[in-house]
Each structure stands twice: as C-alpha cells, then as structure tokens.
Design a protein around this ligand. Structure first.
Ligand code: GLN
Length: 514
C-alpha cells in the first residue's frame, strides 16, 4: 500500500484538490487502482448540514457518507471512545489520541487500492491543520518513508512592480512544513506564466526537492481536464511511481487526449439553462455543471450553461428560457424559488424543450404535471405546503416520527429497476442500476395510477420499497425526472448515461430550431 499526501501552502484555492485528482487520473492511466480521500480541518461533524454558501456542494458517496472527513468527526469519535472508557482513564490528548484516530482513517482509506491520495484541507501554518500534519509525520514513520510521497502545492506569484515571479512564499511554506517534520517530495507551483529554469533551480535548492520534482501548474486555458496532460508532460506520474517504487505499466494518456480534443473541437453547440437558487455560487451545483460537460464530451458538443435564478422567473417571467436547447432543475431544499422551478418545468413541457430534473427537480416535474395536466391546482409537496389537498410528494409513514435534522434522509446508494420501453432504460442500456440519494420526500404512490394514465410514466422504481425513482413525460421529446443524484456518478470519460441522453436531446432540439 502506497500513500500520497497533498498539502497546500501560501493561500487557499490553489487547486490542490484538482492536482490530487489529476495525479490520480494519471496513475489510473498506468493501470493502478487509486482512491482519493479528503480531510477538512473544520469542527462541523456533518458537512451535509452546512450551508452551500459555506461548503459548496454536498457530495454523497455510495455508503451515504457526505463529502469529506472533518476534524469534528475525528474529535467526536475520540470523545465517544473516552466516554465509553476505551482509554481506561488515561489523559486524552491531541497527541496521541487524535493523531491515532487520523492515522486510522488513512489506513482504512487505503484498504483495497494500490495508491491512496489524501488531501489535507486548509493551508500550512493554520492552527486547525496541525494535528493532521503531525499525524502525517507519524504515519510516514509508521509505514516507512519509502511508502509515502508528500506533494505540496504553493503559489509562485508574479509581482508587477518587480517584473518577476517570486519564490519566497513557496520557500517559507516549505520551511513551515519542515518545522513539523515533513519534507515534501514534489512541489507543485501554481503560476500564471512559465516559472523558468532559474526559478526551478532556486525552488529545488531552497525547498530541498529534486529538480525533476518541481512542477509548474499553469492556469489551464480552456478546461480543468487539460491538467492531467499538463502534469503528464512534466512526468509527474513517473516521479511518483519511482518515488514509491510502484510496479505498473507505462502511461496511456490517450483517453485524456481524446477528452481535451472533444472539448476543443466540438461538432455541435447547445445552450442549457440550469434553474436553481444558488445560481450565483461557483460551487453549489459543481457536479451538475461537470456532468453536463461530460454529457457534452460524450456527444462531441460544447454546452454553454446559462445560470437562471428560479426566483427571477417568478418576478420577471420566463423570457430567459426562450431559445434554450435544454432546461435542467437540480436538487434543493426549502421553499425559496419553488414556483419559479415549476414555471420552468411547465415551459419545458409545453414548448417541448428537453428537460432534466434531479431530485427536487423530479419532484417539481410531478407537481407541475399534477397541477396543469391532471388539474389538481393545489398539488404540492408537503415539504413546502404541509396542508395541501393533493400531496403528490410527501413523507412516507415510517419517516413521520423522525423530527431531528440530519440523519433522517434517504442517503447513499439504492437499487433502481428500470421500466422496459422507457427512455431511461434505453439510455442506461441496462435493466437495473444503482444511484445515490440525498432526500427526505418521496413520490406519493396514491397518485401513480392517475399520473401514469395522464402520461407521466414511471421509468424506474426501487425494487425493495416500490418507491418511484424516475418519471418521464410520454408525449415529449425528452422530459425525465430522477429522485436521485446521477451527477455524483458521472466521469469525463464516462458521462452518466442520462446526462449523455439529455445533451443528445438538446442537440436534436437545436437542429429542429434552425
Ligand atoms: N427537498 C427535497 C427532499 O428532501 C429534495 C432534496 C434534494 O433535491 N436533494 O426530498
């Protein structure tokens, strides 16, 4: 088992996660099995209940774990152990108890893969990050230096007045790491221009890393998917393979070359509107935006995403939806913007614009259909209108007694059996799939017969509970709502089938319009 630890210095937002992911992609291109893990040094125990303004998107894994491991979770475990008496009355301390817990999580994270890449959130020198860095120092001591590579990301800024790039911040942040007992093996320098041979030598000498271990990470020109190629050109994978003594085949970078080619030379162009309420935030729907790009890659199509604030549709009307080739309503919680999303679904249905609803976006499809096709004008979800006469989306009986927030959701991976003849079945090319969930409310089966008779057919159900997972509008080019989050299982080289099908429908729509 081999480990790569990714830390960051000087400032945050250096693209540490991206560097970690790109390195992972390169190692996978050598046939290695790689896993990524992230530690976040904040004290929240449940990142799932943090505001999107604070945390960005909440990513869900198959086992229902929501995004990264936080200090809060680590401390919570240590305190629970102390309460259980596991420490036999000893004084419980950051070292060794908290650091042991961190090391344990790293060991578990590495089970079953060739390489575990662990990213430590925050910046070197932060007080919060110290227990993690100390744990990493101990970890290399425990498992052997030859099994661990430290990759440190820093900033090499260009100072206009001096007319040159400066290496001092990088030197200082590496010095900070060395103070803790960590000597980086690879230095990844974020910069907006070539760092040049002189700076490379300087960084190598003063930061005590090999010359071939200083990497330049330039701002990518078009897409983040260019980064693996950029790092492969500098032979990052080779350095890591050598450093860790990994046995693997030579790199085959062809898949990434093809991804970038498709991005840079698309055959089609479409415009897709995403109607949400955190539209101004860069990261709130991160996976959704990326999955749309993946759908574009699969169809050799450049997709321009138009971000539409759901509340604007309520106050200013639907003019902003005119001319779009597709409309997507992502997941969400809370009443704000709901009516705007319903307007978007109505527009898409009536004007035959491809529509894709994710989680809340699927519930919106059902509410819209019930209101305007079945004529149930009061139809709603009990999340937003607890006393509605027609609760087409509701809580199941078994959920009603749960009152506390957090931990009450249908979280993680569930089976979905696809309906023969449905659009979803055709897109997946399979009879059954597994998809990740993160929601409380469900399609109300009491309305199923009426909705299906009126043309909102069921594309998939959960075989264990019978819950409806997919709805599709029969008399429409492509209108599909899914109760789950397909965006968490899409990859640049393997677009999620429904994102692929949605973009394909958008391309067909754009052809119809011209
Ligand atoms: N608010 C809805 C629910 O809890 C949808 C959640 C979501 O979109 N993730 O069921």
């Amino acid at each position: 088992m081999k480990y790569v630890f990714v830390t960051g210095g000087v400032i945050s937002s250096l693209g540490k996660g991206l560097t970690a992911a790109a390195l992972g992609a390169l190692l996978e291109c050598r046939g290695l099995k790689v896993r990524i893990q992230k530690f976040d040094p904040y004290l929240n125990v449940d990142p799932g209940t943090m505001s999107p303004y604070q945390h960005g998107e909440v990513y869900v894994l198959n086992d229902g774990a929501e995004t990264s491991l936080s200090s809060g979770q680590v401390y919570e475990t240590v305190i629970q152990k102390e309460r259980r008496g596991d420490y036999l009355g000893k004084t419980v301390q950051v070292i060794p108890h908290v650091t042991d817990e961190i090391k344990d999580r790293i060991l578990k994270g590495g089970e079953g893969v060739d390489v575990l890449i662990t990213e430590i959130g925050g910046t070197t020198g932060d007080i919060e990050g110290l227990p993690f860095l100390e744990a990493l120092r101990q970890f290399q001591h425990d498992v052997g230096r030859e099994n661990v590579a430290f990759l440190h990301c820093t900033l090499v800024p260009f100072i206009k007045a001096a007319g040159e790039l400066k290496t001092k911040p990088s030197q200082q942040s590496v010095a900070k790491l060395r103070e803790i007992g960590i000597q980086p093996d690879l230095l990844v320098c974020r910069t907006d221009r070539p760092i040049g041979e002189d700076n490379r030598h300087k960084l190598s000498l003063y930061c005590n890393v090999g010359l071939d271990c200083v990497f330049e990470c330039r701002d990518v020109e078009h897409s983040i998917y260019e980064l693996p190629m950029q790092l492969a050109e500098q032979r990052m994978d080779e350095v890591v393979v050598k450093r860790l003594g990994l046995r693997c085949r030579p790199i085959d970078i062809a898949p990434w070359r093809e991804i970038v080619r498709r991005l840079l030379q698309p055959k089609h162009r479409v415009r897709v509107g995403v109607v949400g309420k955190y539209i101004e935030l860069q990261d709130a729907y991160k996976s959704v935006y990326e999955s749309i790009t993946h759908g574009g890659i699969a169809n050799e199509t450049a997709v321009e995403v138009v971000r539409i604030d759901a509340e604007d549709l309520e106050t200013k009307g639907t003019a902003s939806l005119e001319g779009l080739d597709g409309i997507l309503v992502p997941g969400g919680f809370g009443t704000r913007g709901i009516e705007g999303k319903i307007l978007a679904a109505k527009f898409a249905r009536e004007r035959k614009v491809p529509y894709y609803g994710l989680c809340l976006g699927m519930q919106i499809t059902v509410i819209e259909y019930a209101r305007h096709v079945l004529g149930l004008t009061d139809a709603h979800s009990t999340e937003f209108a607890p006393a509605t006469r027609d609760p087409v989306i509701h809580l199941m009986e078994s959920q009603k007694s749960v009152v506390t927030k957090g931990g009450t959701m249908r979280l993680g991976s569930y089976d979905c059996a696809l309906t023969p003849g449905s659009r979803s079945r055709a897109a997946y090319g399979a009879d059954a799939v597994k998809e990740r969930h993160r929601h409380r409310f469900e399609y109300n089966d009491a309305y199923r017969a009426r909705l299906e008779a009126a043309g909102l057919i069921v594309g998939g159900t959960n075989p264990q509970s019978g819950l409806v997972e997919i709805v599709e509008v029969k008399d429409h080019p492509w209108m599909v709502g899914v109760q789950y989050h397909p965006e968490f299982q899409s990859r640049p080289d393997r677009a999620h089938p429904l994102f692929g099908a949605f973009v394909k429908a958008a391309v067909e729509k754009s052809r119809r319009s011209c």
